[in-house]
Each structure stands twice: as structure tokens, then as C-alpha cells.
Design a protein around this ligand. Structure first.
Ligand SMILES: N[C@@H](CCC(=O)N[C@@H](CS)C(=O)NCC(=O)O)C(=O)O
Length: 432
């Protein structure tokens, strides 16, 4: 699995390089391929043709429209938008979506319907008929899809940057989710790519706790780091037994549940590491550096940061955690959550347990940074077990730093004291 993930990453990097070097050609090939594939999917899934019956000349016509016109037109259009609207700032994304949907979408759709008609050998009159009967329906469907995308919930200026909260419909979790994005002042002009650090919160938290209590923005602004904070579980889905505080709502444990009734929505592992990860890199393409991504977290979120890194070698270049649940298979919180989400087979638990995962880690070199308050009741009651993780790291030679902080507890008072050190640690690795 590690090998295939590394390969996928390399392919993505080659793609990025090609896109920088030959933007028009790459966009043309991409749009051509997508339009061809779209036609083939429509013929097989919607028109119910078999692959033998499919009209491949129609597929080729769609591809060539994408290659010759769609791709280059998109490239020119996004270039114009970047030049005239800018590429970052509080309202830039919203302005761009608005102009794109108000100007480009209606114009391009007419052009597309005309090209398709022409390539199908239709007369001008029948093309006009097609346009008058289909145009508004297609445009409306497109508008509904756009509105589904990203919604800005709030935006506040802090330490020269903006603390934003967005919401979106998650396909993994099948519900509406909030997440936070801090854009430091260095993102304002949109002409430099910055490191991104994901922060995963603990039990009972939403995306709000970290952004209102930790004071991380001062240090993110200092280092020029974008910080993204997802929520901790699916929201608004009522499943009996989901309100226990350490299981269900606000306790997704950053894994993909396999046991009913949780497996349909409780997919925080894929949500964070695939859906949200890709969404951030796409939506903030101009300012987020896809090669400089780190992850950190607190308690259940510390466990999330560690397993996300260990399960996806190379995806996160830096990782750190505050009071993480280090060995969930061996503590009451973890046993309760894992048996509920994954069932009783403990071999499946090991796939989501940092202490087990690190023993099999086979990826780029990593140093784990852990901070633990010595007066943390959950540490004292053996919910967190950092020593188990440190021992496992030592057994396989993975470097780990464990700072035991005298007198500190489990709260955000502890996190806010050391958050600057953690962001400094990420900055050092990601900016190297
Ligand atoms: N479920 C436990 C843990 C609650 C807790 O301490 N949550 C931590 C994360 S594990 C937190 O960040 N709470 C929110 C906050 O302090 O703002 C309890 O209810 O005592």
C-alpha cells in the first residue's frame, strides 16, 4: 500500500511540474480527457449502452472540443480572473466564483452546445432549437452544483491574516461540515505558495475550540503558515448512542468505521486525508504548497495526526501532537471507540493505532514531536500512554521527542503555552 501511495504522490508531483511548464497543453489534454470520459460515462450509465454499442466517434468529438477549445479557454479565463481579481484575501474566492458563474458559465455553455451540434452535423435551426429547450435546465443544474461547493461562514482579521470558517457538503460523511482555514498575511497577495498545517481537535470539540482558545494565529502569521482545522465527527446525523461524549458526535476518532450503523457516515479518516486534503489543495491552489503539508492535533486529534501520517507515508512532512491518545487499543477511550466503530477483531484496531503503526512504518524519515502535561488527569489515568509510543518508536529507530511538561493539564491553557513551539517545529521542517 505504501508503495502505491508513494507512486501516486510522485505522479501528482510530475503533473504539477508539467502544469507549471506547459499550462495550455496540460489543461487541453485534461479537459479533452474529462469531456471524453464524461461522454462515455453518460453513454454507458445514463443511456444504458454497452461498451460495444457506445458511439466512440461522439466521445472523440467531445474530447476534441475539450482539447481544442474548452481547455485553452479555461486557462485564459482563470488567468484573467487571477490578474484582475487577485488570488487571495477575504472575498476573492467568492468574487471569482460569482464572476465565473455569471460570465463564463452562461457564455461557455452556449458555445459548447453550438460546437456539439455542429460536430453532430446538425443544421443551424436544430441547434437553435436544442439551445432554447436545454440551455436553462443545464445552467440551473450547474448553479445548484456550484452552490454546494464552499460557503464562507465567518471571516475575522487576526494578526494581519484572516481566520475563516467554511462549510461544505462532505461526500465521505454525507452531511454538511464546517472547517476552519487561517490565511496568514503572507497569503494576501496570492503570489507565494505557503506551507499548510492541519490541526485535528479532541473529544467534544468542533472546529471552534482551537481557533478561539489556542492563540495559534500569532505564530502562523509569524511563520507564514496556512492552518486548517476540521470538525471532529459527522454532524446532524442522528444515530442512537451517538451522544456519549467519547463516542459518536464529536468523537469520530479520525478512522473509517466498518461496523453498522456507523460505517455509512463515520469516515473521518478518508474525510481528513482525502476529501478535505484535496479540497484545500484545490480551493487554495494559489497559496497552498502541495509539497509542504504538516499535521498536528490534540488528544483524540493527536491520535488522528499520528495515524494520518503513519498510514499515508509522505503525505505529511511534519507531525506533532499535544497529549495524544498514543495507543488506543490499550486504553478505555480507544477500546470503547474501536469496538464500536471497528468491531471486536483487534487485528483491525492495529490499523488505526499509532503505537502499532509505527512498528511497520516504511516511508520518508519522520521525527515525531509530542508534548504531554504531567498534571493531565487523562495521562495519569492511562488514557494517553505516550510511553508506549516512545518505546515502539525506539524499537524501530523512528526519532521521537517527548516533552513532559511539569504542572500542565489537558486543556487549551496547556496547548496555548506550547503551540508556538509546535508551529516553529513544523515551520523548520516544511520550510527547509
Ligand atoms: N470526554 C472528556 C474529555 C473532554 C476534553 O477534555 N476534551 C478536550 C479534548 S480531549 C478538549 O479539547 N475540550 C474542549 C476545550 O477545552 O475547549 C470529558 O468530558 O471529560
Amino acid at each position: 500500500m505504501h508503495v502505491s501511495i508513494m507512486k501516486a504522490r510522485e505522479v501528482f508531483q510530475v503533473y504539477q511540474r508539467l502544469l507549471n511548464r506547459r499550462p495550455y497543453l496540460v489543461q487541453a489534454i485534461q479537459t479533452g480527457t474529462l469531456m471524453g470520459a464524461g461522454d462515455l460515462i453518460s453513454q454507458t450509465l445514463i443511456e444504458k449502452k454497452s461498451l460495444k454499442e457506445a458511439d466512440y466517434s461522439r466521445t472523440l468529438k467531445f474530447s476534441s472540443i475539450g482539447f481544442c477549445f474548452g481547455g485553452p479557454a479555461l486557462r485564459v479565463w482563470y488567468g484573467l480572473l487571477n490578474r484582475h481579481v487577485g488570488s487571495s484575501g477575504k472575498t476573492v474566492a467568492l468574487k471569482k466564483v460569482f464572476i465565473d458563474q455569471a460570465v463564463f458559465a452562461p457564455t461557455f455553455l452556449i458555445f459548447l452546445l453550438m460546437s456539439v451540434g455542429t460536430l453532430q452535423g446538425k443544421t443551424w435551426d436544430s441547434i437553435k432549437d436544442d439551445i432554447s429547450s436545454n440551455y436553462l435546465d443545464i445552467l440551473k443544474t450547474n448553479y445548484y452544483r456550484t452552490m454546494d461547493a464552499l460557503e464562507l461562514v465567518s471571516s475575522n482579521k487576526i494578526f494581519g491574516g484572516f481566520q475563516n470558517v467554511y462549510s461544505h457538503e462532505s461526500s465521505e460523511l454525507k452531511c454538511k461540515m464546517n472547517f476552519s482555514v487561517y490565511l496568514p498575511p503572507q497569503a494576501e497577495r496570492g503570489d507565494i505558495k505557503l506551507p499548510v498545517v492541519f490541526y485535528l481537535s479532541g473529544l467534544t470539540c468542533s472546529e471552534q475550540n482551537f481557533i478561539t482558545k489556542s492563540g495559534f494565529q500569532r505564530y502562523a502569521a509569524e511563520h507564514g503558515i496556512i492552518v486548517v482545522g476540521p470538525d471532529t465527527s459527522p454532524r446532524g446525523i442522528k444515530i442512537p448512542g451517538d451522544d456519549k461524549g467519547d463516542f459518536g458526535v464529536a468523537a469520530g476518532f479520525y478512522l473509517d468505521a466498518t461496523k453498522d450503523p456507523w460505517s455509512n457516515n463515520y469516515r473521518m479518516g478518508s474525510y481528513v486525508n482525502k476529501e478535505l486534503y484535496d479540497l484545500i489543495l484545490n480551493a487554495f491552489e494559489n497559496v497552498a504548497d502541495a509539497n509542504k503539508i504538516g499535521i498536528m492535533g490534540h488528544s483524540m486529534g493527536g491520535h488522528g495526526a499520528l495515524i494520518s501520517t503513519l498510514r499515508n507515508p509522505g503525505q505529511y512532512k511534519s507531525v506533532s501532537a499535544f497529549a495524544p491518545i498514543c495507543n488506543p487499543s490499550a486504553c478505555p477511550w480507544g477500546e470503547n471507540a474501536f469496538s464500536g466503530y471497528l468491531g471486536e477483531d483487534k487485528s483491525k484496531w492495529a490499523e488505526w493505532d499509532a503505537t502499532e503503526l509505527v512498528k511497520k512504518y516504511d516511508g520518508p524519515p519522520l521525527t515525531l514531536l509530542l508534548d504531554q502535561g504531567a498534571a493531565d488527569n487523562f495521562y495519569i489515568k492511562k488514557q494517553l500512554l505516550p510511553e508506549n509510543l516512545v518505546e515502539a518508536c525506539r524499537s524501530v529507530g523512528v526519532p521521537v521527542i517527548l516533552n513532559l511538561r511539569e504542572g500542565y493539564d489537558h486543556s487549551y491553557y496547556f496547548i496555548s503555552t506550547f503551540i508556538g513551539e509546535h508551529l516553529g517545529f513544523h515551520a523548520k521542517i516544511l520550510k527547509a
